[in-house]
Design a protein around this ligand. Structure first.
Ligand code: ATP
Ligand code: MG
Length: 404
């Protein structure tokens, strides 16, 4: 088969391919972008595979960056664009079902394509558009089937992450697993335990964001993969409930994770631990915790002023998440309510700690934080105006209560 028209992204890369070939090496488009072109979908990164070794590629191009030289990847900067150019390789020795501990560079395209995960990810495209399909990937694309390249058992033993990658392709593409591939995942799902959680997180998050999320979640449960994901082993029923949600795609990673956490019934105090086990950033963790808290508050009734103050703009995001629970959400009303809050943070309070210490003639201590919190809440709830004199009077009046 031959692509009659190369997509713009590939055409722009042709001079890079030509230069590699002029130097005496082979060069092909490979990986996800080829799959996406064949599916008629937009492509992101253009990956090039070559028989040239990294040092040989670096000699051809004046501007390169060593982004993964030990895996054979050199980033080639060409005009405005950049391309990952990776040497053909086999992954000969695997330790502990993780990534290969030893990468062998080879000169054979076939060897390189053999080590790829699924047939639909194992194409190579020549400069003239000819598609090299050694494993029946075109037919699988046509039939919307995910099939491991070669023996699925061996492939999942080499790198157990491939099982999670398979599930995320189910979600992104709406494909179904070929029977032997599916059975090999069921049989080998426990190998996931060996995979670094950061890699699992990336694939699982892509699964959550895919447009066939519900089907993929059902397969995530059916294959047993959920048993080796932190915090999920005993949550089969909750996961299936989540898989029955209205199928609208999630618009952000934190949106997806928050609705999931809510469905898993993770108590507020446990959300931090749960997400720490997934090794997410503090920023991510904080946003999810607030969103779950907001969702749970909001489903009991409209926000109190303090709830709105705590959430800030995240309240708007909570409103958008209500649709997954069959509620329309009130974004306009919430935007207005946020705009009407007398203050949006403690910094906007008309007094600070120093002012309060001075008027109360007390040294700093726990009383100060509590007094400020008291003033803050009174202002947010509209019981006090945000005015320096009014606030200092209120602080003085509060002092006997707190120093008792
Ligand atoms: P995306 O469109 O999300 O980038 P992708 O298929 O391009 O999907 P990448 O992680 O960018 O995924 O990998 C590029 C290619 O490298 C894949 O298409 C596949 O051929 C190969 N590959 C990636 N990860 C693995 C793996 N764990 N095992 C085998 N082959 C892999
Ligand atoms: Mg890719």
């Amino acid at each position: 088969m031959k692509l009659t028209v190369l997509p713009e992204e590939f055409r722009r890369a042709l001079p890079v391919m030509e230069k590699i070939e002029q130097a005496g090496y082979e060069a092909y488009f490979v990986g996800g972008s080829v799959r996406d072109v064949l599916l008629g979908q937009p492509i992101h990164d253009v990956d090039i595979a070559t028989s040239g070794f990294p040092a040989e590629i670096k000699e051809i191009f004046p501007r390169t960056v060593d982004i993964g030289i030990e895996h054979g990847t050199v980033l080639v900067l060409y005009q405005e664009d950049q391309y990952e150019v990776t040497t053909f390789r086999t992954e000969s020795t695997y330790q502990d079902f993780r990534r290969p501990d030893h990468v062998a560079f080879v000169r054979s395209l076939e060897e390189d394509l053999k080590r790829r995960d699924f047939t639909i990810n194992a194409f190579a495209v020549q400069e003239d558009g000819t598609v090299i399909d050694l494993f029946g990937g075109l037919q699988d694309l046509e039939q919307r089937i995910l099939r491991a390249v070669g023996n699925p058992h061996e492939r999942f033993h080499e790198d157990a992450l491939r099982m999670m990658r398979g599930l995320r392709f189910v979600s992104q593409l709406g494909f179904v697993f070929e029977t032997e591939t599916f059975e090999a995942i069921v049989e080998n799902h426990a190998l996931l335990e060996k995979i670094s959680i950061e890699r699992v997180f990336i694939e699982f998050t892509k699964l959550l964001l895919g447009s066939h999320r519900n089907e993929a979640m059902k397969q995530f449960v059916a294959t047993g993969c959920f048993e080796y994901c932190p915090g999920m082993a005993t949550s089969k029923e909750h996961l299936l409930q989540f898989a029955g949600l209205i199928p609208d795609p999630f618009l952000s990673e934190t949106a997806a994770w928050s609705v999931l956490l809510d469905h898993l019934a993770v108590p507020e105090a446990q959300i931090g631990h749960f997400l720490k086990d997934w090794k997410v950033s503090n920023e991510f963790l904080r946003e999810c915790r607030e969103l779950v808290w907001g969702l749970r508050q909001r489903r009991k009734g409209y926000y109190t002023p303090m709830a709105l103050y705590r959430l800030g703009d995240l309240a708007l995001k909570v409103e958008t998440l209500l649709s997954y629970y069959g509620h329309p959400g009130e974004t306009d009303k919430t935007a207005e309510a946020l705009a009407k809050l007398p203050i949006r943070s403690l910094r906007e309070l008309a007094v600070n700690g120093k002012d309060v210490m001075a008027v109360c003639q007390q040294k700093a201590g726990p009383w100060l934080k509590e007094t400020l919190a008291h003033l803050e809440q009174a202002v947010v709830e509209g019981r006090l105006v945000n005015d320096k004199t009014a606030l200092l009077n209120a602080a003085l009046a509060y002092l006997p209560e707190i120093l008792d």
